[in-house]
Design a protein around this ligand. Structure first.
Ligand code: MCA
Ligand code: AMP
Length: 500
């Protein structure tokens, strides 16, 4: 039978354990069986979902993979929702993606059922699929669309990034080869599953290789380091904020626990950092503590992983290494010139089989994002120094990276402007040791009104995910004209430096 490659790979490891936690474990065969039954339920009387968008609100455990494979095997496009998003954020994603069906758990159902009825989205729970019906699953060509992920950018609403099965397979194959994934690998999963860091780099690479995933429902630092001290893992993948938090924790605990945790980290065969710049101080401190040289890599939702320090060879602090297998890269200067020399900065442009198909329902923005039809413009600046790429920053000040999440200043501004006391605002990212950047907002208040940071954050909590809520607020009499412009935002950032 002509099956998706990820399913073919899973079948090579039927009896191996795919997911394990304190309470239960699931073999690859269990996942294959459960996903087949759920696919049958999704299909009901149809033979193929024909690229319908199916949203999933599923915690990060083996259920996630069952639902993912079921949607794919039935011919649908998966849209994983952020578990900690607010109702307006879910509503936007479901509406924008034309979602027809949503799969969740009994436990999470009450949180989203009203919204589903209002939007006319069919709601299914994973517990309700016990169909023993024999079905023939459709043949899915790998050129078909597979996944939509919402990503923020320089537009004030997030865009759906649509990738095909072929894109996803290319992204997985590249990482499995470069980072030498094996069936004997064991990895903890604590990253959110509405981004490729968790979905592709952790889950899909592990499932492709026959490896074992140990899921945690959040970044539970004590539970995770406890398992590290028991030598539970061979690979670890995290964002820089997590390494900062681990360093703070390890430095603060008593010696015997610290030694056991450090020994566990020391034994791992690979530790990776990405999604945001890893400060060299963090790289160096982690090496001093654990003897592990973190492998820093660079990627983006639209392209998968593009650049990586080597598995064998020099892992250079502050650099992101060289192109991964199958990735083509070029640098373009401000004036549009192709850069051929080292030490000259330019915008990173990427082509190759891993590059996404399109922004969902946005043909104009899709075509503007590519140059010469195949080169995707990342909006990140880099330079090559003695053979390695170094990321220099982003072209747009409206993009903030906080805790590894990409946030749009414009999106946060448009929400804040709905506050009854605020007449103007400018959102910027300001440097933060733990979060990389923290969200800060400068506001002008309407006449005779006041605003306290805590009340304001509470107001934001209903409308914005936790990592988008401004951590810093200043009220100014007058913002520079056009505070949302690139140059002026630099002045607003300077105001925060002055405040500190
Ligand atoms: C949470 N808090 C924050 C932020 N986030 N404060 C400032 N800035 C933030 N960004 C505050 C909360 O309000 C709360 O405060 C306290 O911190 C704890 O919040 P919690 O959510 O429990 O934090 P956590 O569990 O410790 O989460 C930190 C985290 C998480 C584990 C680093 O942010 C995370 O999972 N980040 C990874 C995101 C990711 O996977 N990105 C990849 C995107 P209070 O206690 O006062 O209420 S994909 C990508 O970027 C590309 C493709 C790539 O290259 O990978
Ligand atoms: P996302 O849109 O969430 O996929 O985030 C992708 C963005 O994260 C990239 O465009 C970069 O700006 C940033 N990024 C990812 N990895 C790194 C890294 N190692 N160093 C600096 N920035 C990074």
């Amino acid at each position: 039978m002509n099956e998706l490659s990820i399913i073919k790979h899973a079948k090579l490891h039927r009896d191996s354990i795919a997911f394990k936690n304190e309470l239960s474990q699931q073999t690859y065969q269990n996942l294959l069986d459960r996903s087949e039954q759920l696919a049958a339920k999704l299909l009901e009387n149809d033979s193929d979902l024909n690229c319908a968008t199916i949203a999933m609100l599923i915690p990060a455990d083996s259920d996630f993979v069952c639902v993912q494979w079921a949607i794919w095997r039935a011919g649908g496009i998966m849209l994983p929702l952020c578990l900690s998003a607010t109702l307006p954020e879910w509503e936007y994603a479901l509406g924008d993606s034309n979602t027809s069906m949503l799969i969740t758990t009994q436990e999470l159902k009450p949180e989203i059922s009203d919204l589903c009825s209002r939007l006319n989205v069919r709601l299914l729970t994973i517990e309700s699929y016990h169909s023993k019906k024999e079905i023939v699953l459709p043949t899915i060509k790998n050129s078909r669309p597979a996944m939509i992920l919402y990503t923020s950018g320089t537009t004030n609403k997030p865009k759906g990034v649509l990738t095909t099965h072929a894109n996803i397979e290319a992204q997985i194959e590249s990482l499995v080869e470069a980072w030498k994934w094996e069936a004997s690998d064991r990895i903890p999963l604590f990253l959110p599953l509405h981004h490729i860091h968790g979905i592709i780099n952790v889950i899909c690479c592990a499932m492709w290789s026959g490896a074992l995933v140990e899921p945690f429902n959040r970044f539970d630092i004590h539970a995770i380091t406890n398992r590290v001290s028991q030598d539970a893992y061979t690979i670890f993948m995290a964002v820089p904020t997590i390494y900062v938090k681990l360093i703070q924790m390890i430095e603060s605990i008593e010696k015997s626990s610290r030694d056991r945790i450090i020994a566990g980290f020391k034994k791992m065969r690979l530790m990776v950092s990405g999604s945001a710049a890893l400060p060299t101080t963090v790289h160096d401190r982690w090496f001093q503590l654990t003897g592990q040289k973190l492998l820093e890599r660079y990627g983006m939702t639209e392209i998968g992983m593009a650049l990586s320090n080597p598995y064998d060879g020099e892992r250079r602090p502050g650099s992101v290494g060289k192109p991964l297998p199958g990735v083509n890269i070029r640098l373009k200067s401000d004036s549009g010139k192709l850069i051929r020399n080292e030490n000259e900065p330019g915008e990173i442009q990427i082509s190759g089989p891993g590059v996404f198909k399109e922004y969902w329902n946005r043909p104009q923005i899709t075509s503007e994002s590519f140059e010469d039809e195949i080169w995707f413009r990342t909006g990140d600046m880099a330079v090559i120094e003695t053979g390695y790429y170094r990321i220099m920053g982003r072209l747009s000040t409206d993009i903030i990276k906080s805790g590894g999440y990409k946030l749009s200043a414009l999106e946060i501004e448009s929400t804040i402007l709905q506050h009854p006391n605020i007449s103007e605002c400018a959102v910027v990212g300001i440097e933060d040791e733990t979060w990389g950047e923290a969200v800060a907002v400068a506001v002008i208040l309407k006449e005779s009104t006041t605003l306290k940071l805590e009340d304001f954050r509470e107001w934001c909590r209903i409308r914005l995910s936790v990592y988008k809520i401004p951590k810093h607020l200043i009220t100014v009499k007058e913002l520079p004209k056009n505070a949302m412009g690139k140059v002026i935002k630099k002045e607003v950032s300077a105001l925060f430096k002055y405040e500190k």
